[in-house]
Design a protein around this ligand. Structure first.
Ligand SMILES: *[C@@H]1O[C@H](CO)[C@@H](O)[C@H](O)[C@H]1NC(C)=O
Ligand SMILES: *[C@@H]1O[C@H](CO)[C@@H](O)[C@H](O)[C@H]1NC(C)=O
Ligand SMILES: *[C@@H]1O[C@H](CO)[C@@H](O)[C@H](O)[C@H]1NC(C)=O
Ligand SMILES: *[C@@H]1O[C@H](CO)[C@@H](O)[C@H](O)[C@H]1NC(C)=O
Length: 526
């Protein structure tokens, strides 16, 4: 299926670029003649999006929209259906966190300010997919200068403990220092309030809890958060119920006023279990301070009018880039065979995307490796530690994410792309690009079709590797008696989730969003 589409895509591509030697500038991938048509398609696709959203209403519109809600676009003269915005957008897998990002944008924050606040919100409210103990990779694109940078908050060595080296905080801090305009403390405030005053279990978290009942009940720290009355045999909190994490609230509060490297490193190391050997603890502390993220040049590929910026290092960015490179060099489908077969499901993850109509864009992919990471929540800092412990060799990514930004042509059109789904991520993104830019499908269709091949059984044949090397909790495979397990859609093995994809396009001062169906990628915009 994929190869077929690639082959067809390339034929169209060839036709387009060999057509009568027209100057590239006027016959780009999104050439001006196509522009109006695409705009119309976008608007049509938004109606479809809207219908779908209405169907999902109960899932993710339970929060109150502020007085500004979606009304901003009407104040700008004309109104667009949900899915198209004039000023800015924040997309996360949590309604509440997208709203927080949108509020920061509205308040004059940069896309990075908004992204940091959204990520911190997720670190409190979505421990199944991220936490302060996790990792991320992101691309920051500056629309005024048309320049992109990369920040990989990923360890460069294996962890000396069964817990992943926490990379999140140093990464967010560095982002803020370079691209933030709002005071740091202001970006922490919403997350502090959620941790202290409580957040509601939303649908994505509710589903993750159900899918991992046994694991949650057997983890003291997770049970404290999510078991009814802190009783491992009393069932888990359901959607709509409130959860607080006071130690995490207190830690974030400290971070808002006192952020020094040594303080943060020390507190992160204190998040290890109390009985951790002191020599191991020292190694962990050293690993945290040595594995400092840097801002780097992203992996960049130019194909005609198209520039792809994606992540390098131990991420899947080079696979995406190679794929696009081969496509541009040789239309023979032989050369387009994907460098892997089957699908390694882990790690699970989540994506955050923030854009402004100026073309500023943040695409950020996060992970704990497994769902709920290691399962160990520090009673001291409230941090859930990850099980992202390995460090593969260069040829084998250990983080199957490739946050991507595509700039198209000279008009400043730009698109952010991200997906989840383990090793299928680069092929999903390549497919979105082909569908939209080469096959001229509308954005919504491009994104949905990109995952079509994932629904075949081949996508889930690979059983998850046993988590034998992991900390405290042991009996994850014992089959819980609950009946929901059978009534739920086919349960994915721990560490896997249905693949998702999301794209945000900024064109002619309009922002369009398209996402796969399901419990992901909720957008709030202005
Ligand atoms: C966009 O794609 C969807 C899904 O295939 C389709 O139903 C819709 O008609 C498309 N819109 C346009 C304008 O082609
Ligand atoms: C984009 O770059 C320009 C020039 O360096 C800078 O002034 C501006 O603040 C940047 N935009 C953002 C959102 O960081
Ligand atoms: C394209 O790829 C095919 C098979 O992978 C190869 O035989 C052929 O020589 C390549 N053509 C060019 C122009 O590189
Ligand atoms: C993620 O977890 C799996 C299963 O426990 C493990 O095999 C793999 O090495 C982990 N990945 C990383 C990067 O630690």
């Amino acid at each position: 299926m994929l190869l077929l589409v690639v082959a067809v895509g390339f034929v169209l591509y060839e036709v387009q670029f060999s057509s009568a030697g027209q100057p590239r500038g006027q016959n780009g991938l999104l050439g001006s003649s196509e522009q109006t048509g695409n705009e119309k398609e976008f608007l049509d696709s938004d109606h479809e999006e809207e219908e779908e959203e209405e169907g999902d209403e109960s899932h993710h519109h339970s929060h109150q929209h502020g007085p500004d809600g979606h009304s901003d676009s009407s104040s700008a003269g004309h109104h667009h259906a949900t899915g198209t915005y004039h000023h800015g957008i924040a997309v996360t897998d949590s309604d509440a966190c997208s709203q927080i990002g949108k509020d920061i944008l509205q308040d004059g924050g940069t896309v990075v300010d908004a992204g940091i606040a959204s990520v911190l919100c997720l670190a409190v409210t979505h421990p199944h997919s991220t936490s302060l103990g996790g990792v991320f990779s992101c691309i920051v694109y500056n629309g005024s200068t048309s320049s992109a940078s990369l920040l990989n908050a990923l360890p460069r060595e294996p962890s000396p403990t069964p817990f992943g080296i926490p990379m999140m905080l140093h990464g967010l801090r560095l982002l803020h220092q370079n691209y933030g305009h709002k005071p740091w403390a202001e970006l922490l405030r919403p997350a502090i309030n959620l941790a202290n005053e409580g957040f509601r279990v939303d649908d994505p978290l509710g589903r993750a809890l159900q899918n991992n009942r046994q694991f949650i009940s057997s983890s003291e720290g997770l049970c404290k958060l999510f078991c009814q009355n802190n009783n491992p045999t009393g069932g888990l909190k359901g959607v709509g119920e409130t959860v607080t994490n006071p130690p995490l609230g207190a830690f974030l509060e400290q971070l808002s006023t006192l952020y020094t490297d040594s303080f943060v490193t020390g507190r992160l190391a204190q998040s290890l279990p109390a009985d951790t050997d002191s020599a191991i603890r020292d190694k962990f502390t050293a690993a945290i301070s040595q594995n400092r993220p840097d801002i780097e040049a992203p992996l960049t590929l130019r194909v005609e009018e198209l520039t792809l910026y994606t992540s390098s290092g131990q991420t899947a960015g080079s696979i995406l880039s190679n794929f696009m490179q081969k496509l541009s060099e040789n239309s023979s489908s032989d050369s387009l065979l994907l460098p892997w077969m089957g699908r390694r499901a882990a790690p699970v993850g989540t994506n955050v995307m923030v854009a402004r109509s100026s073309g500023d864009l943040l695409v950020l992919s996060l992970s704990l490796n497994s769902s709920f990471g290691s399962g160990f929540v520090s009673p001291i800092t409230g941090i859930l530690l990850s099980d992202f412990t390995q460090h593969g060799d260069v040829s084998h990514p250990d983080f199957w994410a490739c946050p991507a930004v595509l700039s198209v042509g000279a008009d400043g059109d730009v698109m952010g792309l991200a997906a989840t789904g383990g090793s299928s991520v680069p092929s999903s993104l390549a497919q979105v690009i082909l569908n939209h830019l080469f096959l001229q499908m509308n954005l919504t269709e491009s994104v949905r079709e990109s995952l079509a091949h994932e629904h075949s059984p081949v996508g889930v044949t690979q059983p998850e590797t046993p988590r034998g090397t992991n900390p405290p909790e042991t009996p994850r495979d014992t089959n819980p008696p609950e009946t929901t397990r059978d009534t739920n859609p086919p349960e994915t093995p721990r560490g896997t989730n249905p693949p998702t994809a999301v794209a945000v396009a900024v064109e002619a001062e309009h922002i369009h969003v398209a996402r796969s169906s399901g419990l992901c990628c909720f957008h709030e915009g202005l």
